[in-house]
Design a protein. Structure first.
Length: 441
């Protein structure tokens, strides 16, 4: 879209459908599933707000209908993207591409093979789920995250292997949908790469809701046994369940696409090396998204692509700044972060002041029966500039935006504190946290 708007003639080569994994098999389907789980959780706790149902105990998730809806929405979103591209004159080739050099692409479609020549090439080939040799998904009892949408009934007992973002999100979702869930983490806590306070809140919520979290346990293998699965741990213990989801990371789709012929360098992990404006080591070849290993976020992929095309077309461009990236984990509660982390401050990489404010004192949170969550703001020591933030709570993905603005625009904590917020509101805690970082002159 950016390249076309700047006057380029654009051709897209895509194997499955427009939007890629984010639309077809990852973000759109999983977050739609999570939206249903969120409704189920609210129904389950509605009695605490005085809501009564004659048959509340009969509420259940029709997973066949849920999955049919989310796949339909994914297809509709993909079609919307295709129509938007076609309206601006982008040529779409459904097939597979392979680089012949840094100007030519061999494209194989149902109609045969053709060579497409270009002044520049953007590689946005994504990644696919990592699989364990001893835990091969079969799409029936053992799944990767692209396959699990074929389920028609809520699993009786879902075992999730992997406690990173994907594993935690699916564990939270299926717990909300009514499954018994066991989460197997090879690390000492869930979400090992995230804010420690946020991870602690989430793990406590998981355990309080009845989820089994096995920390510092590595899955040695998974096999089908009768109508269920057995997960063998590295210490010899076994965990039995009805289904298993493998969520142990992803592998970039960079093999066999001619990167060597074009002079594109990759890392040991198979990711494409890029600089701040998305250039690879090959002239005229750019890369964006999960295949670069920068940050596996759809927003980052899109920004990398926009930056690449602006650079190519000679438009004004600002290199990617990872400390301005806002991200969200769609568990219940959600976890959103932006900028410098508290771990960065503790390690000495940044000099900062940190204030954490629990939501349990927030009036709106009390009204909504929200008991778990907090707001954390990090300001630069001395200057008071906002350099980081964390929000844990309902719709944290929306609440992080004012902090992302503050980080990106280098606002002072007083700028945030002196901006009116609605009372009562969850954003009031953001304003209050900023006030507590005020330094009297």
């Amino acid at each position: 879209m950016v390249a076309a708007s700047l006057g380029a003639s654009v051709t897209i080569v895509e194997r499955h459908g427009l939007g890629g994994a984010a639309v077809l098999t990852d973000v759109v389907p999983s977050k739609t599933l999570i939206a249903t789980a969120d409704i189920m959780a609210r129904v389950a706790s509605a009695h605490e707000l005085g809501v009564r149902f004659e048959n509340a105990e009969a509420a259940y998730a029709d997973l066949g209908q849920v999955n049919a809806r989310l796949l339909r929405l994914a297809g509709e979103q993909s079609a919307d993207i295709a129509r938007a591209l076609e309206r601006v004159g982008v040529q779409i080739l459904i097939g597979e591409g392979k680089l012949l050099d840094n100007h030519r692409l061999e494209v194989t479609t149902d109609g045969g093979t053709t060579v497409v020549e270009a002044d520049a090439i953007l590689l946005a080939v994504g990644a696919h789920p990592r699989e364990l040799p001893t835990a091969q998904p079969d799409g029936e009892r053992i799944f990767n995250w692209t396959q699990i949408y074929t389920l028609t009934e809520v699993p009786e007992h879902l075992i999730v292997v992997g406690s990173g973002v994907t594993g935690a999100e699916f564990a939270s979702a299926y717990d909300g949908l009514g499954s018994k869930v066991t989460l197997i983490s090879s690390r000492d806590r869930v979400l090992p790469g995230e804010d420690a306070d946020a991870a602690e809140v989430l793990e406590n919520v998981f355990r309080n809701r009845g989820m089994t979290v096995l920390s510092e346990c590595r899955a040695q293998g998974v096999e089908r046994v009768g109508d269920g699965v057995v997960v063998t741990l590295s210490d010899g213990r076994t965990v039995e369940g009805s289904h298993c989801l493998i969520a142990v990371g992803s592998i970039p789709n960079t093999a066999g696409i001619g990167l060597e012929d074009a002079g594109v360098q990759i890392t040991e992990s198979g990711h494409i090396k890029v600089d701040g404006v998305s250039r690879t080591s090959a002239p005229n070849v750019y890369a964006a998204g999960d295949c670069t290993g920068v940050l596996a976020l759809a927003s980052v992929a899109a920004m990398q692509g926009r930056i690449a095309m602006a650079h190519l077309m000679g438009d004004s461009v600002t290199p990617l700044k990872l400390k301005q990236v806002a991200s969200n984990i769609f568990t219940a509660p959600e976890i959103a972060t932006v900028g410098v982390s508290e771990a960065d401050v503790e390690s000495g990489r940044y000099q900062g002041d940190v204030v954490k404010l629990s939501l349990h004192t927030n009036a709106r949170a009390k009204m909504m029966n929200v008991t778990d969550g907090f707001v954390k703001i990090i300001s630069r020591k001395g200057s008071g500039t906002v350099i980081g933030g964390v929000v844990v709570g309902p719709r944290a993905s929306e609440l992080i935006f004012p902090l992302a603005l503050a980080v990106t625009k280098k606002l002072h904590v007083d700028d945030v504190a002196n901006t009116f917020t609605v009372y009562p509101s969850l954003t009031g805690s953001i304003s209050e946290a900023a006030r507590r970082l005020h330094v009297r002159l």
